[in-house]
Design a protein around this ligand. Sequence first.
Ligand code: F6P
Length: 325
Amino acid sequence: MMKNRKHRHIAVFTSGGDSPGMNAALYGIVKKAEQSGIRLSGIRKGYEGLIDGDLVPLDAHKLQKMVHRGGTLLKTARSKRFLTLEGRQRALENLQKNDIDALIAIGGDGTFKGLLAFSEICDIPFIGIPGTIDNDISGTDYTLGFDSAVNTAIENIDKIRDTAESHNRVFIVEVMGRDSGYIAVHSGLGTGADAILIPESGQDFVQLIKRASNYDREDAFIVIVSEGDELGAEIAASKIKELNPDVDLRITKLGHVQRGGNPSATDRMLGIRLGVVAVETLLLGRKNTMVGILNNQLCLTPFDQVVKQHQVNDELQELLKIFGN
Ligand code: F6P
């Protein structure tokens, strides 16, 4: 049984790409810190704010009214300066100057890599919350924001279907996910897409291109392409056109709309749960650990095992084959 550890001043920041549910996680953290009598500060703009000492008090009442809002109250950034030892040293000086004795970070794999590097020069405990729409972090079934991003993608692909069917067109829709096909698989299957291209699987492109170029002219043909897929939307389009120049084809890139918008009910709840458990984990004396959710149970994974390798699993890849991919 681990001893309860008393922290006097915890700081929290959001980092990397924002994801819907980050404000809910901040709300969970602020409420649990309040209940435990711990001082809590927010750091603005991720690692950039850590380097610049950009600290702000966090207001529980304000966050209560932001649980339903996308984005992040604390703002976020991708920091090049934190990649340097000099940047990390300045960040450490700021933590010491402000008597911060524990840190919670909400972000994706880049954020966790940053924490791992920081732990080499700084021995205060860190806890991570997986927040990224990409769902590409191991140690958790779902990252914060993924469910909302999929819902946004689905809503938009449904709209594209209306126009695609009216014109009997081929549509290639690119969704986000960097090197991970999770958003593509979930949004593609959920919208009845005709083909789904993801980075993880060795798909038969020739077959796909043939199917798209010979599609039924009284219908639409919708292809979902993950942005990290090796073929890519433009090349897929030009290959289809090469085979059949008469194909009426359009490309739509959903882009950053997938990152914004109100978090889904699932992400609101996940954010609150992960926020609360992050503070509890610190109080248990744990350090350099990510909180996550596996089989709907909250769980802990050491940072060095949180690597970016959570790829679309075999079960989902088999599922894709049933649906003609
Ligand atoms: O990591 C989230 C994500 O939205 C990825 O899906 C995408 O590749 C990337 O961020 C885009 O980053 P940025 O907003 O910095 O262009």
